[in-house]
Design a binder for this molecule. Structure first.
Ligand code: IVH
Length: 674
């Protein structure tokens, strides 16, 4: 092989990297798309002819060919903290006071105020200047590896020229920032999804988070993600200030949002926050606030962090965005539990990065309280995570002949009788076979976080229920016997049906906790399902358990245990479980590798405040050692761990003669067995 090929490849790569930087980071391209494509094609050709010269940091290697099977957990070397929120002037002054109280009087405090980008946080690791891995924030301690997807973001360098910043030691460093989608790209993506009758994303943040978790990097690459970096952490380098950190990120070729400002007082900070709120609508990406950081890293260290947030930084959250629009109609939606909720059908209006045409009205009481009438001009609001809601009515614009709305008399979907339980605000459809309830249960069952059946979304469920292919959850696993009929459905075709049938088969390996969540027992969220399956070995054990035993599971309350008992008292539900068992779903708890220690099989109750860890973390350590944690003291309890201010549980333990230990003895017990 001639040296010149190697050189040519190197040259092409450097040219492309430079153009990528100009285009994606600076937004100032100096070459036409056509000529850029020519460079890429030429490089691809040379690399195909000389495969031994392909390196992972070549621009041709951004988009991987393989699907990501699983997003593996990655433990962050340094935890990814989150920010506590402030909402007004007073909160900001309080923050400033706390900062100053913790520092000595002679210290001058300077703040950096940055935009709070509304996307998904990411951490990327570089070793010897090369992009290695990328991870989501996760719970702050452990995230998920999304390397192949982040690699497709072209504003992120795959290789960094460290010679540009000789004064720093940067052999092993991490950069952190916020991945986001520009509003225009988000809107185009939704238009495309609408034309394919796919579910729309609610806002740019959701579409960013959803895209980062796609299995196919090719689709990720087509979604035009971007990232603003705000922090660089080097294993063997210390910086003086956040400002220096931002400058370094920029010098290394990362995209840094340059709207940040240095402020010498909290009054200045407030002015900048207000200014950011004013320019919010002029930006082509979404922000939901400002982030205020103590500039000096030395001061940041003195301030440290409490729980999961630093004491040296806060978020200043903007007020929810509001808009005026006309209420065209009030419709009633039936959910999977039969609850009938009113929905405001609105004249479409733009708000916080998306077009809103529906908003929740919560329940009939709320409609009455706010006296909301069809034809009214209403104020709608959208906070950070929430679905848009109707805040109030503009009474001065009310038409003379307007009439108050009545609650529905029958189920709007199946015409069955409706009822209103005492102490509840909602009306319910009494017919469990109501198609809206069936569809709701199926949507919940197939959703991500439950059985995670890719491709089985709202639209397809609607279609399958309407065409009579599915009536019950268990029918999903019988669809494979109807392949011949399914592929005849217009718009579906063989390939998509086979993908769906494969996804259905794959869902059979979901763990028991997800299955328990998916079957939709009232009040059992994903967290409760996990706690219940950690405690019980199988569904059979849950079915026979009495309410008291279920309530004894740590953090499981009486409404959940009552609901479980009620669910299984219905023979139809027991039959459903039998059918799902036959289809091969998991109804047995995963056997964790249980260490044989002195704590194996011992039952603990934790009460009062512990000073070395939260009760949750303490419980996790007991479970790791093979023990169990329950919430109520009985004669079956082996140890009651009494922290500070322990109350009734301690007295009960004493009266039953159960062994009580304090935190020191508890720690000793854990350490002896770990
Ligand atoms: S600093 C310890 N700066 O907001 C400091 N965060 O809870 C932690 N975010 O998920 C974050 N823009 O991803 C910081 N300029 C900015 C930010 C920012 C957006 C996100 C971040 C985190 C959340 C804060």
């Amino acid at each position: 092989m001639s040296v010149s090929v190697e050189k040519k490849i190197e040259e092409l790569r450097n040219q492309i990297i430079k153009h990528d930087y100009n285009y994606y980071v600076l937004a100032e391209p100096i070459i036409s798309d056509e000529n850029y494509d020519k460079l890429i094609k030429e490089l691809e050709k040379l690399e195909t002819e000389n495969p031994q010269l392909v390196t992972p940091d070549s621009p041709t290697q951004r988009v991987g060919k393989d699907l990501t099977k699983e997003f593996n957990p990655v433990k962050h070397k340094i935890p990814m903290l989150s920010l506590s929120n402030t909402y007004d002037e007073q909160d900001l002054f309080d923050f400033d006071r706390r900062v100053k109280e913790a520092l000595s009087e002679k210290e001058k405090v300077e703040y950096v105020v940055e935009l709070k980008i509304d996307g998904a946080s990411v951490s990327i690791n570089y070793i010897n200047g090369k992009f290695k891995t990328a991870a989501t924030r996760g719970d702050g301690t452990t995230g998920e590896e999304i390397t192949t997807n982040v690699k497709t973001i072209r504003s992120i360098p795959l290789k960094i020229d460290l010679s540009k910043v000789k004064k720093y030691k940067l052999n092993d460093f991490e950069v952190r920032g916020e991945v986001f989608m520009r509003i225009e790209d988000f809107e185009n993506l939704n238009k495309e999804r609408e034309s394919k009758e796919e579910k729309l994303f609610a806002n740019p943040r959701n579409s960013t988070a959803g895209t980062l978790k796609l299995q196919d990097p090719k689709i990720v690459a087509s979604r035009k993600l971007n990232v603003f970096l705000y922090s660089l952490i080097s294993v063997d380098e210390e910086f003086n200030s956040q400002q220096e950190n931002l400058k370094l990120l920029k010098d290394l070729g990362f995209m840094v949002n340059d709207k940040y400002q240095i402020c010498k007082s909290i009054d200045e900070v407030l002015k900048v926050c207000n200014k950011f709120e004013e320019i919010r609508d002029t930006l082509d990406y979404e922000i939901d606030g400002a982030v205020i950081k103590v500039n000096s890293i030395h001061q940041q260290k003195i301030l440290g962090s409490i729980a999961k947030s630093p004491r040296w930084a806060v978020a200043y959250k903007f007020k929810s965005k509001q808009a005026f629009t006309k209420l065209n109609d009030i419709t009633w939606q039936v959910g999977r539990t039969g609850a009938i909720t009113p929905v405001a059908e609105l004249e479409p209006v733009k708000l916080a990065g998306s077009t809103i045409s529906r908003a929740t009205l919560h329940n009939f009481d709320e409609i009455q309280r706010k006296d909301i009438r069809v034809g009214d001009t209403v104020v709608i609001e959208k906070g950070g995570d929430v679905i848009p809601k109707v805040v109030s009515v503009v009474l001065s614009e009310r038409a003379k002949k307007s009439q108050a709305t009545n609650p529905p008399e029958k189920c709007p979907v199946c015409n069955s009788k409706i009822f209103k339980p005492e102490n509840e605000v909602a009306f319910y459809c009494e017919n469990p076979e109501c198609s809206a309830q069936i569809k709701g249960r199926l949507i919940h069952f197939a959703a991500r976080g439950a059985m995670d059946i890719e491709g089985l979304g709202d639209a397809l469920i609607d279609l399958f229920v309407d065409k009579g292919f599915i009536n019950h959850i268990s029918d999903i696993y019988k669809l494979k016997n109807k392949r011949a009929d399914l592929i005849k459905i217009e718009r579906l075709g063989e390939k998509s049906i086979d993908n769906l049938l494969n996804a259905i088969e794959k869902s059979k390996s979901q763990p028991f906790s997800k299955v328990l969540f998916a079957i939709g027992i009232r009040y059992i969220g994903a967290g409760a399902a996990q706690k219940i399956t950690d405690h019980f070995n199988s569904i059979d054990d849950i079915i026979v358990a009495d309410e008291e035993e279920i309530t004894s599971v740590y953090e499981i309350g009486p409404s959940i245990s009552k609901s479980i008992k009620q669910f299984f008292s219905d023979k139809k539900n027991v039959k459903l479980i039998e059918e799902l068992k036959k289809s091969g779903l998991n109804f047995i708890s995963e056997k964790k590798e249980i260490k044989q220690t002195k704590l194996t099989g011992k039952t603990f109750v934790l009460t009062g405040t512990l000073s070395s860890f939260s009760r949750e973390d303490a419980g996790a350590r007991v479970i790791d050692l093979g023990g169990k944690v329950t919430s109520s003291v009985s004669t079956n309890t082996d140890y009651v761990v009494a922290g500070e201010k322990a109350g009734s549980k301690l007295s009960k333990a004493e009266s039953l003669g159960v062994k009580v230990i304090d935190e020191t003895a508890f720690l000793k017990l854990l350490e002896e067995n770990e």
